[in-house]
Write a protein that binds this ligand. Structure first.
Ligand code: 3PG
Length: 292
C-alpha cells in the first residue's frame, strides 16, 4: 500500500496513467502482465463496467507491484466499493464536493476533474493540489494549462481526454503537468480481443514518446545489446548517446528504477533549470547525454 502523500510522486515517475474500461475480471492477469512488461506501474480502472471492483480486487491481491485506483467515480457507494476492493486512489471526471469530502474524510487520495479557474479554486479550498484536467483537449489543452501555470503555481494537473502518443510529449513538457491520463493504450477493443501483446507494444511506444528512448530490461538486467542496436538503428551511437527529452527531471525519475545516476560535473544549467546532463546506468557502458 503506497502512502497517500506518495501517490503524486508515483504518478510523476510513471508519467502516464492508463485509463481502463474492462468488462471482465478474467482479463486482469493478461492486462497486468502487459502493463508491467511495458514498464507501467499504475492502472486506473473506471467504474463504467460492473466488473470494475472485481478487477481492482484482482490487481490489489495478485499484482501488488501495480498501484491500482478507481476512475469515473461519481457516487459515494462507488468510493466504498473501490476502497473495499483495494483501490489506492480515486479519480472523478468532474469536481463533486461531496465525493471529494468523502474521500478526504477517509484519508484516501482523490483527483477530481476540473477545466476552469472556478473549479480549480473550489478544489484548492478543500486543500487539493493535484487535479485531473478533463476533458483536456477540448478545454484548451496545452494553452489552458499554460494559462493556469502563472496563476495557480501550487497546482499540478493530470490532463486526460484527447491525449495520444502524438501530443503526450507536449503536455509532459509543461512544468505544471504531473502525468497524463489516456485510454488509447488499453482500448476496450484490444482488451475484448485479448490482444495483450499489442497493449504492451502500445505502452512501450507511449513511454518511448514520453522519454525520447526506451530502456530495455529483461529479468532485471539491461539488454545492452538490444539497447545499443536500437539506438544505433535510430542513428545515434558513439561513446555517449545524445537523446533529446521534454523533461530531464522526469526522465531521471523514470530511470531511477535502473539506478541511473548523473555523471558528476556533466550538468549544464540555463536560467533556472538543467538543460543538459549525462547519465550512467549500471550495466550499460555507454553514457546517455540528455538534452532538454
Ligand atoms: C477518462 O475517462 O478520463 C477519459 O475518457 C479518457 O479520455 P481518452 O479516452 O480521450 O483518453
Amino acid at each position: 500500500m503506497v502512502k497517500k502523500e506518495k501517490i503524486g510522486e508515483l504518478f510523476y515517475k510513471t508519467g502516464l496513467i492508463p485509463v481502463i474500461k474492462i468488462d471482465s475480471e478474467e482479463m486482469t492477469d493478461g492486462l497486468a502482465k502487459a502493463l508491467r512488461g511495458g514498464g507501467l506501474s499504475v492502472a486506473e480502472i473506471t467504474f463504467r463496467t460492473k466488473a470494475a471492483p472485481k478487477v481492482i480486487e484482482r490487481f490489489a491481491s495478485c499484482h501488488e507491484d501495480i498501484i491500482v485506483g478507481a476512475g469515473t467515480v461519481t457516487k459515494k457507494d462507488e468510493v466504498d466499493a473501490a476502497l473495499l476492493a483495494g483501490a489506492q486512489f480515486i479519480v472523478s471526471p468532474g469536481f463533486n464536493p461531496s465525493i471529494c469530502e468523502y474521500c478526504l474524510g477517509k484519508d484516501v487520495a482523490v483527483f477530481p476533474g476540473v477545466n476552469n479557474p472556478s473549479l480549480i479554486e473550489q478544489a484548492m479550498a478543500m486543500g487539493l493540489s493535484i487535479l485531473k484536467f478533463f476533458p483536456a483537449e477540448v478545454s484548451g489543452g496545452v494553452k489552458a494549462l499554460n494559462a493556469f501555470k502563472s496563476v495557480y503555481q501550487q497546482i499540478s494537473f493530470i490532463p486526460t481526454g484527447g491525449i495520444q502518443e502524438n501530443n503526450i510529449h507536449e503536455y509532459l513538457s509543461l512544468k505544471n503537468v504531473l502525468a497524463c491520463g489516456g485510454s488509447w493504450i488499453v482500448s476496450a477493443d484490444l482488451l475484448e480481443a485479448r490482444k495483450f501483446d499489442e497493449i504492451e507494444r502500445l505502452v512501450k511506444s507511449a513511454r518511448r514518446a514520453m522519454m525520447g528512448f526506451l530502456p530495455i530490461v529483461q529479468d532485471g538486467i539491461i539488454d545492452e545489446e538490444n539497447q545499443i542496436r536500437s539506438m544505433r538503428d535510430g542513428g545515434c551511437i558513439g561513446g555517449c548517446i545524445e537523446v533529446k527529452t521534454p523533461s530531464i527531471k522526469r526522465t531521471l525519475a523514470m530511470l531511477s528504477y535502473l539506478k541511473a545516476y548523473v555523471v558528476p560535473g556533466s550538468e549544464v544549467e540555463k536560467g533556472q533549470g538543467l538543460v543538459e546532463v549525462s547519465i550512467s546506468i549500471p550495466g550499460l557502458h555507454t553514457q546517455i547525454h540528455l538534452v532538454e
